[in-house]
Design a protein around this ligand. Structure first.
Ligand code: ADP
Length: 386
């Protein structure tokens, strides 16, 4: 048998999986169970991206998705034995700054943070429970999206509310920490002089945020108490005047559930374009509303990159990652326009070919494209638990 590590990321209606060998940084298999509960679909791919057979069966709950993934692994990787499991968990609360071994006490603790992330945390925990049932007795670890930010300076950890709310946990937690952790580690290995400097990372996927990383540590991030703050995203609003929420409650008479639906699922690129949450579709569409949605995305991104640099007193490197950051040369080029004041100037040929370094040789700030790898961070944490 080949000893293997399983990385899991359980969302509200999806389960992302990756299987890695016990040593080595290339996955044996990656996969996604999508639209769990509706017409769920499970797709698995081998190392080379070729689709693999999946076990038949229902996909209506996280537990069923987990079972089908495991049955499929028996078909696709018959000689692999899962010896540790790592989970992505959105919220580790105010103190957890590192991955943690999963036991009953941790599950109880993490359930207490569910009110801070009601749309994500309960699903993450369901995924863990399903995996504990399927893999009893092997080490399982949780990797928190908040952990990387836990040593923010106080001014980036608080809101200007009465102090009692801070003590109750109303703080700027920051998210996407698993991705930032990967980027910081990658820079430490490949560009130590930048790792030891001031780096702004823009993680631009369906969710999007930016983070100021100095000497490998997060000092500020655009996401705050929830994953709504900061940049506009596929369907989330990004930064919003809290007065808007009061108005929605008092004048429009929306309930908390309706407001959550509006801010998390109907806003961002989708809300502005009236068309799609998908950047590819907006870039291809050419409607004035799609163009405005992109204009807003780029403008807010430029603002936040400036804000993150200000938090560090300057910038040595800007890193793009996530589906949009890694693939859209247009968004990268537009974001870097009029950023000469920050020493940012890109080489359009390098940008167009998605080179690793896309800044021009004379630019003061290095601009990079680094494909992020959250699963690898989770796998490394699970390995460490063995
Ligand atoms: P998630 O946050 O769900 O992991 P991804 O990191 O995969 O999401 O990012 C998804 C986003 O990346 C979508 O908006 C998608 O349109 C965008 N994207 C992927 N490929 C391209 C591309 N070639 N050009 C522009 N946008 C792209």
């Amino acid at each position: 048998m080949t000893r293997a590590i399983l990385a899991l990321n359980a969302g509200s209606s999806s389960l992302k999986v990756a299987v890695y060998p016990e040593t080595g940084d290339r996955p044996l298999l990656t996969g996604l169970a999508d639209r769990i509960g509706a017409e769920g679909k499970l797709t698995l791919r081998d190392e080379g991206g070729v689709a693999l057979p999946v076990a038949p069966g229902p996909l209506t709950t996280q537990a069923e998705a987990m079972r089908r993934v495991i049955e499929s692994l028996r078909i696709d990787l018959p000689v692999a034995e899962i010896v540790a499991v790592g989970h992505r968990v959105v919220h580790g609360g105010p103190d957890r700054d590192a991955p943690a071994h999963i036991d009953d006490a941790l599950l109880e603790e993490l359930a207490r943070y569910a009110p801070f992330a009601p749309l994500h945390q309960p699903h993450n925990l369901n995924g863990i429970r399903a995996a504990l049932a399927e893999f009893p007795g092997i080490p399982q670890v949780a990797c928190f999206d908040t952990a990387f930010h836990r040593h923010h300076p106080w001014v980036n950890d608080t809101f200007a509310l009465p102090r009692a709310y801070y003590d109750k946990g109303v703080r700027r937690y920051g998210f996407h920490g698993v991705s930032y952790d990967y980027i910081a580690g990658h820079l430490a290995e490949t560009a130590p002089h930048l790792h030891d400097g001031r780096v702004v990372v823009a993680h631009l996927g369906n969710g999007a945020s930016a983070c100021a990383i100095q000497n490998g540590r997060s000092v500020a991030s655009t996401m705050g108490f929830s994953a709504l703050d900061g940049l506009p995203m596929g369907t989330r609003c990004g930064q919003l005047d809290p007065g808007v929420v009061l108005y929605l409650m008092e004048q429009e008479r929306l309930t908390p559930a309706q407001i959550a639906d509006l801010l998390y699922k109907q806003s961002g690129l989708l809300g502005l374009s009236g068309l799609s949450n998908d950047m590819r579709e907006l870039e291809a569409s050419g409607t004035p509303e799609a163009a405005q949605a992109i204009d807003y995305f780029v403008f807010r991104l430029q603002r936040e990159i400036g804000a993150m640099a200000a938090a560090m007193g300057g910038i040595d490197a800007l890193v793009f990652c996530g589906g949009i950051g890694e693939n859209s040369a247009t968004i990268r080029a537009r974001t870097c326009e009029r950023m000469g004041w920050m020493g940012i100037e890109i080489d359009h040929h390098r940008n167009g070919s998605h080179a690793r370094v896309i800044s021009s040789d004379l630019a003061r700030t290095t601009v990079m494209v680094i494909p992020t790898d959250e699963a690898l961070v989770i796998v490394r944490a699970a390995r460490a638990a063995l």
